[in-house]
Structure formats: C-alpha cells, structure tokens
Design a binder for this molecule. Structure first.
Ligand SMILES: [Mn+2]
Length: 244
C-alpha cells in the first residue's frame, strides 16, 4: 500500500484534484493523509471541505487539522474573528456565500450575516473541521500540520496549538523525542527551508516538509512513500491545473 501525503490545500480545489489524477489515487489501495489547512486564501474552500469530508466518510482518508481550519471554527463558534480575518478569511467567506459578497469594503454587518449563513447551511462543515485530529502516527512516521514540539520528554506531550502553529522551534532543532520516527509536516512553505518549493528532507533525516505554497500560486506537493519506504515526489505547478 502506498502512503500519499498532501498539505495546505487552502481552497486550491483544482490543484488538489489535478494531483489526485496525476498520482492515480486509488482509495482501495492507497493510504491518503491530508495534513490540514483546507480553507483560506484559495478561492474554493467550501468545495475542498466538502470533498475532504466525503473522502473521510467514504474511504477512511486521514484528515488532520490545520491552524486555518481551527481559526475558521473559532470564528464561527466562539466569535474569535480578528485572527481569522487577518489570515485569508475573505476568500473562505466568499466561497461559502458567493463572490463579491463584500463588494467594495469590509462591513461588520455583512460579515455577521455571512457567518450566520454559513452556520445555518454548513454547520456540518464546521463540526467536521472541529472534530479533526492533530496528528497521525504510524510505525515509522508522525504526521502533523505544523510539526511537534521537540522540547518535551515525548512528542505526545506537544500542546495542541503547537501541532497547529509551531515553526522554527520545530524545524531548526533535531528531533530526539519520537523514537526515531520521522515527522511529516506542512504549514511552513518549504521555500523557507531550502531554495525550492519542492519537498524538503531535513539534513538530520528527522523531518519532511511538504508545503509547496500552492495558495500563493506556487506548487502543490504530494509525498508518496512506497511499500518499501522509498520517497517519490509529485508536484502540480501553476498553469498545470485543469478546472474540475
Ligand atoms: Mn498552516
């Protein structure tokens, strides 16, 4: 069985489906792991959430939670709006409520109406995102949106916020608290870690970063791990996407 890991889809529905076609994704024989951040910045967040929800329900796909998914949930259920509005919320609201929803400028009234509309018609999406786990562990790997905290005696003590948000404390330090399991993560575009948007394999061999920054018009990456443990890198670049 192949393992396929994809992260930070961010509303890039067409790129995601182009990728699934490109790797000949077969739900019966492939283990697909999605590392979170389904929403914000890209223009088709609603469609991505709907598809990810179906993939989990119909095929048992592993879908983890990202910080953007959490921000969306917290804005909808707890009124924590500022953080989300500063991080790509507009495109998500528009994908749920229609384009030009905000017309020329932001209005709180319009935003509140949009939230009410989403809660009324898509509460199942919010509940789905809220229910997602923070990590997935296998014999040789730990998958998490942003990474794990290397400074706890065991990685399992990583606080939830770190699974969603951690950056340099994770990627700049050698990982010694995972029993030699490698950590596969998204969240930090790999161009911050190397000179390309391709998949990043840390020099210590303890981390694999896969976020190719597709929401910024760059790449969607897919890490394939074969049955024998060999890595194959797949990528969908800008301009390679068909509308689906
Ligand atoms: Mn993220």
């Amino acid at each position: 069985m192949r393992t396929l890991a994809i992260s930070d889809i961010h509303g890039c529905y067409d790129q995601f489906n182009t990728m699934l076609e490109k790797v000949n994704y077969n739900p019966g024989s492939d283990k697909l792991i999605l590392l979170g951040d389904y929403v914000d910045r890209g223009i088709k967040s609603r469609q991505v959430v709907e598809q990810v929800k179906s993939l989990r329900e119909e095929h048992g796909v592993i879908a983890l939670k990202g910080n953007h998914d959490q921000m969306f949930v917290d804005a909808m259920l707890k009124g924590e709006d500022e953080l989300w509005l500063n991080n790509g919320a507009y495109q998500t609201v528009e994908s749920y409520c229609g384009f030009d929803f905000f017309e020329e400028q932001f209005e709180w009234d319009t935003y509140e109406k949009a939230k009410a509309f989403i809660l009324k018609h898509y509460e199942h999406h919010i509940e789905f995102l809220d229910s997602l786990p923070y990590y997935h562990e296998t014999d040789n790997y730990i998958f998490a949106h942003a990474g794990i905290n290397p400074f706890y005696s065991t990685w399992e003590h990583t606080p939830d916020d770190d699974f969603l948000w951690i950056r340099s404390i994770f990627y700049k330090n050698k990982i010694t608290n995972t029993d030699n399991k490698k950590v596969v993560f998204g969240h930090t575009p790999t161009s911050y870690l190397q000179e390309s948007d391709g998949i990043w394999f840390s020099p210590d061999g303890d981390k694999i970063g896969i976020d190719g920054a597709c929401a910024y018009g760059r790449r969607l990456n897919c890490l394939e791990i074969t049955e024998e443990g060999i890595y194959i890198e797949h990528t969908v670049k800008k301009g390679e996407t068909r509308n689906v």
